[in-house]
Ligand binder design. Structure first.
Ligand code: FAD
Length: 547
């Protein structure tokens, strides 16, 4: 039944709600495609984004050095050959400006902007059980009445920005990397402090080290890292990767992590020399291949984990040389691959520069921000002109819990997830009918998945589910409590078999005080996840109650 036929009133009559079939929250990689798909099937749909243009992650993260860790030719939409081939990447791992331009290209090609309302934050979404519809409000007081809410608000889009007392007293400039201003920031000759050395911190530090007067880097957890090789692409290279479009379209959705590579080697049958050879070879690729396509055992077997960790430490020691730096910057108490592994270019060498200093805050944490800089617990102070927070995100849950989402019986998603983070396949949450989610917890995500691969699949599943509902005159879809429990048990069984859950990291929610401990990403593999989603759909959406 064409619900749109009776709900075509989209112009806002003063005071009256805007009535839609669906809203999409977010205009990043997921939101753009979701909008396209829902519009294609004739829904009256609008996307909303707090940003002033499309891009999501690639709109907000314009800090110095921001770039892909995914190969550009894999981080693309694969539903349209024309769209894929119409864009040419200049290098293997391009920087943020180029990625943002690509998403502008996508928005233009698919003519998406006419259905996106920018500079608009969704503040609340309340479900009305009597009508099976959501009342959504924006930060400007606009009210939207919609049947479906599709969250594409990002796995890594809620910055951890308010971390220390005294931040408001700082006299210099303070930036979170995910809220970097559009206008250039002049760091030349300045005293700059960077908090954080994860994937983002690494990109910032290696980029600004030579520009600034003095750089102080505050390190809590040293990181393993892989040196990036980033060849520029000639027209011949571009044609060569474009010629592989069919291969990518067929292969990426079925590999373990949605990247081009897959695990090809088994540790046990090989001799130590053969293992070393595989490690050296995958290391030489200069990509995440070393992590996600060397030996799968590194995720499960502590002995393999230790040997591969030692291989990486050895590589890092050879570059750092200095004993003190090695101690501060090389991990020793967790296994390689159980944190998000970053790629880097000259990060370690930055610390060999005379103007760069590293301070460990593991045992002597940052106590507060002062008007002049930072103070550690023991009272030591560090003055600076610019303070950069590379402090990451409230991953997976943060973007959703920052919206006042109320489901059946007025239950609050924020409250529910403060007890236990639960979803059904990362696509829906029991208690929240007609709320669909991409990039949410318990689905593959965040470097354990090449995100475009995962997000396209989720957007397609959601679109198909809504199409099925409309075709069968069904108005409400909600996963059953039993199906959700089953998914969580399955997720936990897989997660707990890995070493990832034994390490404190943002994958486990450990960077957010009070966040329930649960591996946010599904680790059964992108291909296996897709199969489970497809099976649910093929069986008439088993586990999802519809009426
Ligand atoms: C620095 C950085 C580098 C990354 N590099 C890679 C990489 O190399 N490979 C990879 O696979 N992944 C990478 N990621 C992960 C990246 O987030 C995903 O690849 C992808 O861009 C996510 O797209 P999305 O559409 O799901 O969410 P996002 O791109 O995060 O977009 C979400 C959008 O929702 C909007 N939004 C959120 N809440 C609201 C609200 N309440 N109201 C209105 N709008 C709202 C936000 O403004 C944002 O624009 C990286 C992430 C970061 C932060």
């Amino acid at each position: 039944m064409a619900e749109t036929a009776v709900l075509t009133e989209t112009a806002s009559v003063a005071g009256a709600p805007l009535t839609l079939d669906a809203i999409v929250i977010g205009a990043g990689v997921a939101g753009l495609y979701q909008l396209h798909l829902l519009r294609q099937q004739g829904l009256d749909v609008k996307a909303f984004d707090a940003a002033s243009d499309v891009g999501g992650t690639w709109y907000w993260n314009r800090y110095p050095g921001s770039r892909f860790d995914s190969e550009a030719f894999c981080y693309q939409y694969l539903f349209s050959e024309e769209l894929y081939k119409g864009w040419s990447w200049s290098e293997k791992f391009p920087g943020q400006p180029e990625i943002e331009r690509w998403l502008h290209y996508v928005a233009d090609k698919l003519d998406l902007r006419r259905d996106i309302q920018f500079s608009t934050r969704i503040e609340s979404a309340h479900y009305n059980e009597a009508t099976g519809r959501w009342k959504v409000t924006t930060d400007s007081g606009q009210v939207i009445d919609t049947r479906y809410v599709v969250s594409c608000c990002g796995m890594l889009s809620a910055p951890m920005a308010s971390l220390f007392p005294g931040q408001e007293t700082f006299k210099g400039q303070l930036f979170h990397t995910a809220r970097w201003p559009k206008q250039p920031v002049d760091l030349a000759g300045k005293r700059v402090a960077v908090i954080g050395n994860g994937a983002t911190g690494i990109q910032v530090i290696q980029t600004i080290a030579e520009q600034v007067g003095h750089l102080t880097v505050f390190v809590r957890t040293p990181q393993y890292m892989i040196p990036m090789k980033n060849p520029t692409f000639t027209e011949e290279d571009q044609n060569a990767y474009k010629a592989k479009f069919d291969l990518f379209a067929q292969r990426l959705p079925h590999t373990f992590t949605g990247f081009e590579h897959d695990f090809e080697h088994a540790w046990a049958p090989l001799t130590p020399e053969q293992r070393r050879e595989v490690l050296e070879k995958t290391w030489e690729d200069g990509s995440l291949k070393f992590w996600i396509a060397s030996f799968g055992e590194l995720f499960f077997d502590p002995e393999v984990g230790e040997q591969i960790s030692e291989f990486v430490r050895e590589k890092m020691r050879a570059r750092l040389k200095d004993e003190r730096l090695c101690k501060l910057l090389i991990p020793s108490d967790y296994f390689f691959g159980t944190h998000r592994v970053p790629l880097e270019r000259g990060f370690l060498e930055a610390f060999l520069r005379p103007n760069v200093e590293v301070v460990s805050v593991r045992d002597n944490p940052i106590e507060r921000v002062t008007p002049d800089g930072l103070m550690l617990r023991d009272g030591t102070t560090y003055d600076c002109d610019v303070l950069i927070f590379a402090t990451g995100f409230d991953a997976g849950t943060g973007a959703l819990t920052r919206i006042d989402i109320r489901g059946r019986d007025g239950r609050s998603l924020k409250e529910d997830w403060s007890q236990d983070i639960r979803t059904t396949m990362g696509l829906q949450v029991h208690g929240y009918p007609n709320l669909f989610t991409t990039g949410a917890p318990l689905a593959p995500s965040a470097a354990l998945c090449n995100m475009t691969t995962c997000l396209q699949q989720q957007a397609e599943w959601i679109s198909d589910c809504i199409r099925h509902m409309r075709a069968h005159d069904l108005r409400v879809c909600e996963p059953t409590a039993a199906a959700e429990e089953q998914w969580i048990e399955h997720h936990e069984a897989l997660a707990n078999a890995t070493l990832v859950t034994k390490t404190d990291s943002w994958y486990m929610g450990c960077n957010v005080p009070g966040k329930p401990r649960r591996l946010l990403s599904y680790v059964g593999g992108v291909g296996a996840y897709r199969q489970k989603c497809d099976e649910a759909a093929a069986s008439g959406y088993a586990g999802f109650a519809m009426h």
